[in-house]
Write a protein that binds this ligand. Structure first.
Ligand code: NDP
Length: 296
């Protein structure tokens, strides 16, 4: 194995420490405690795990966590009423609606009902537009975490060829915008891309956000390239015992690590950075709401 392992878990811990320092300063100097409200509709097991861990880490950095768990058949009107209440609540600086929502709820409508200034996920259409035009916005947490790791590893990304595999609104597209903002030459690949292996082989930076276990093999990777693996896929792991499972990314870790210059592991790469960026975004939202200097 030749690649440097980009330790997202350790990096995320340093981001959380900085957030905690900022939070205590806000409390001591301004008498403000940043607050994050997380709304979960239904009982999707993965979403429940994410929400629990977001709440735990929110409290750990000294912020207030408000969890709203709603029944799976909650009506759109009731959900919108809750969002309106949170929008108006001065103790709530960030609002996150855990996706995916049950089918009967219109995700776009719900997300766009969040006050853009409190939209710590960065999915509101205003924030999408601001990011796309290079203006100050709330930046989606997963791509922001990826960018932070890339900047930390490379310094400047200017002029690098980046291929983002996946064009979702929550990962692929904002990731591409951020890389473009850092002056990469960006290609967005997706399920209709012709000759994906050749496209990926051109890249100095590969961001895999596909949702297909271990889809990207090492022989697609240009020697020395950096692989950021966003995928979180649970697969059977009979080697660990009957009925056991394990998490893998969208890149085939062992073969990619043979050729890449650097790679993020799964777990312990992008995942922890996502939550750390959510906390950082909440502090940013709190500072903006109170006309205070933002953290870097
Ligand atoms: P989506 O399912 O919304 O998007 C997947 C994208 O991959 C689509 O654009 C799709 O193309 C593309 N795709 C699917 N199959 C192929 C293929 N064979 N070749 C090329 N492209 C393909 O997923 P998300 O963006 O929401 O998530 C992607 C992964 O990231 C998932 O594993 C998810 O669990 C993980 N994730 C991890 C997070 C973290 O914190 N680490 C946070 C969010 C997501 P098309 O548009 O043409 O259908």
């Amino acid at each position: 194995m030749s690649a440097t392992i980009i330790d997202g878990k350790a990096f995320a811990a340093t981001v959380r420490e900085k957030v905690a320092v900022h939070v205590s300063r806000l409390k001591e100097q301004n008498g403000i405690t940043p607050g994050l409200a997380v709304v979960l509709v239904g009982e999707d097991p993965a979403s429940q795990v994410y929400v629990r861990s977001k709440g735990k880490m929110t409290v750990e950095v000294g912020m207030n966590s408000y969890e709203h768990k709603l029944d799976i058949d909650t009506s759109e009107a009731d959900l919108l009423t809750l969002i309106d209440t949170l929008n108006k609540d001065p103790a709530v600086h960030g609002i996150l609606v855990q996706l995916p929502l049950p089918k009967h709820l219109d995700e776009d409508l719900v997300i766009n009902a969040i006050d853009p200034a409190k939209d710590v996920d960065g999915f509101h259409i205003s924030n999408v537009g601001l990011l796309g035009t290079g203006q100050k916005s709330m930046v989606p947490c997963t791509p922001l975490g990826c960018l932070m790791m890339l900047r930390d590893h490379h310094g400047s990304l200017s002029g690098m060829d980046a291929v983002v595999i996946g064009r979702s609104n929550i990962v692929g597209k904002p990731m591409a915008q951020l890389l473009l903002g850092d002056s990469c030459t960006v290609t967005i690949a997706h399920s209709r891309t012709k000759d994906l292996p050749e496209v990926v082989r051109r890249a100095d930076i590969v961001v895999a956000a596909v949702g297909r276990p271990e889809m990207v093999p090492g022989d697609w990777i240009k020697p020395g390239a950096t692989v950021i693996d966003v995928g979180i896929n649970r697969i059977d792991a009979p080697e660990k015992g009957e009925g056991k499972t394990r998490l893998v990314g969208d890149a085939h870790y062992e073969s990619c690590a043979e050729v890449a210059g650097a790679i993020t592991p799964v777990p312990g790469g992008v995942g922890p950075m996502t939550i750390a960026c959510l906390l950082a975004n909440t502090v940013t939202a709190c500072c903006r709401a109170n006309g205070l200097e933002e953290p870097e």
